[in-house]
Design a protein around this ligand. Sequence first.
Ligand code: CA
Length: 145
Amino acid sequence: MGVVIIDGSTVRDFVNDEAVFNKSLDDSFDSLDINNDGVLSRSELRKAFESLRLIEAHFGMDVATPPEELTKIYNSIFDGFDLDGSGTVDKEEFKGEMKKILLAIADGLGSSPIQMALEDDEQSFLKQAADLEASKLQKPPPSAA
Ligand SMILES: [Ca+2]
């Protein structure tokens, strides 16, 4: 468990860093694809979202949300990912929609930093975004070189 401070630019920089973003999304897709069939099923995707609390907040979920309401929300999230209506989410669909969601979250955060307690696992895009920012801060700015 770690605490990170993020704002809109933290998330946006992560999404816009193509190499980092693609690798991160590839890795998470592979670990979410529990049965290794190359696509995410409804339940595989739901597991992913259950571990991403800021995304839950983005979609208006909280602890008081009744289970049937949650299922409705998860179904609509899934339908947003499953662009071709195949009933599964492939890697390109996953990346494209995650990018949209993360950018929407970035817009929502704007320039007001929030503090988040995050699990220390590789699934958290927001932690990776914060780590990326931290790694940049450790380097001297170009003007000082
Ligand atoms: Ca699968």
